[in-house]
Design a protein around this ligand. Structure first.
Ligand SMILES: Cc1cc2nc3c(=O)[nH]c(=O)nc-3n(C[C@H](O)[C@H](O)[C@H](O)COP(=O)(O)OP(=O)(O)OC[C@H]3O[C@@H](n4cnc5c(N)ncnc54)[C@H](O)[C@@H]3O)c2cc1C
Ligand code: FES
Length: 279
């Protein structure tokens, strides 16, 4: 049920900014005041949900929460400098104030996949929303089975969360494979788009696949998984659409009878298949 209180932006203070790569920054945020609304604490969200980030004089943009609710006292957003709002965000410094509405949207089905094996397939900054789930799974390691992370970036300079990818690969029953699109001086790892890592997944039917990345990557990833025999309902991905309200009122994100902001942004491929759209 839509909660109108969630339409009110709350002031949040930037506690920390980290430059992840040349065009992408990670923001650690804390609410400025206590709130009497339903989402009262910084960890009151689920992996896969997003917020509307607002900056005075610039506007609002939907941004996925990339931290895990298992972390207390703050939440994190990973923002690529792409346009008006995101450029304004990149101009901010520690201690500055921004507006946050939400959290909005449905989460990845982390409860439903408990005890199962999961493969995360991320492209570029699409690793950000997946990071929320991955961190959640790492913090509740005994509740989940084997984890495989396949991550593709355009170049080595575009790899986000490199240190964390390395840390996750040290965990029990976790394998991480990273690739860049084409060969580059100083890169000794795998070369090729992320689908060229699919031979790392044995026994496709064992896994749930969580996929996030740019539209072209999602298209070929889903095609590759379906060709390899994955069931439609085992492929879980996100749809990105232009959004304004974030709460199912304005119709900007309406597609095939669904609002991406409230019915999504997380969908199984079997749900997407009924929307009558190409991904
Ligand atoms: C649910 C959701 C979660 C997102 N999570 C993140 C995130 O974690 N980090 C992040 O950096 N970005 C994320 N995005 C994308 C981000 O919201 C857009 O890049 C943002 O709206 C840009 O705002 P802006 O004012 O900076 O750019 P604008 O000035 O509005 O636009 C810059 C350019 O990007 C295009 N554009 C803007 N939004 C979209 C869109 N949704 N789809 C296709 N083209 C678009 C515009 O047409 C224009 O060409 C997410 C989007 C959605 C819908
Ligand atoms: S963004 Fe307004 S209905 Fe989805």
């Amino acid at each position: 049920m839509f909660n109108p209180k969630l339409y009110i932006p709350r002031a949040a203070i930037i506690e920390k900014i980290e430059e992840l790569v040349y065009d992408t920054k990670l923001y650690r945020l804390k609410f400025k005041h206590d709130c009497r609304c339903d989402s009262s604490s910084e960890s009151d969200y689920k992996p896969g949900q997003f917020v509307q980030l607002s900056i005075l004089g610039a506007g609002e943009a939907p941004i996925s929460i990339c931290s895990s609710p298992t972390e207390q006292g703050h939440f994190e957003l990973c923002v690529r400098n792409l346009g008006l709002v995101t450029a304004a965000a990149h101009g901010l410094k520690r201690g500055d104030e921004i507006g946050i509405r939400g959290p909005y949207g449905n989460p990845f089905p982390i409860e439903e996949v408990k005890s199962q094996d999961i493969v995360f397939i991320g492209g570029g900054i699409g690793l950000a929303p997946l990071r929320s789930v991955i961190k959640y799974v790492m913090d509740n390691r005994d509740d989940y089975g084997e984890v495989i992370i396949l991550y593709g970036a355009k170049t080595k300079e575009d790899i986000v969360f490199a240190t964390e990818l390395d840390e996750w690969s040290q965990r029990q029953q976790v394998k991480v494979f990273t690739t860049i699109d084409s060969g580059q001086n100083g890169w000794t790892g795998h070369v090729g788009v992320v689908t060229t890592l699919f031979d790392k997944i044995k026994y496709a039917f064992k896994y749930k696949a969580f996929v996030c990345g740019p539209p072209i990557m999602i298209h070929f990833t889903i095609k590759g998984l379906l060709d390899a025999g994955w069931a439609q309902q085992d492929i879980i991905t996100t749809l990105e659409r232009h959004m304004k309200c974030g709460v199912g009122k304005c119709g900007h994100c309406y597609i095939g009878g669904k609002y991406v902001c409230t019915d999504g942004p997380v969908f199984t491929y079997s749900q997407i298949d009924t929307l009558g759209i190409e991904v």
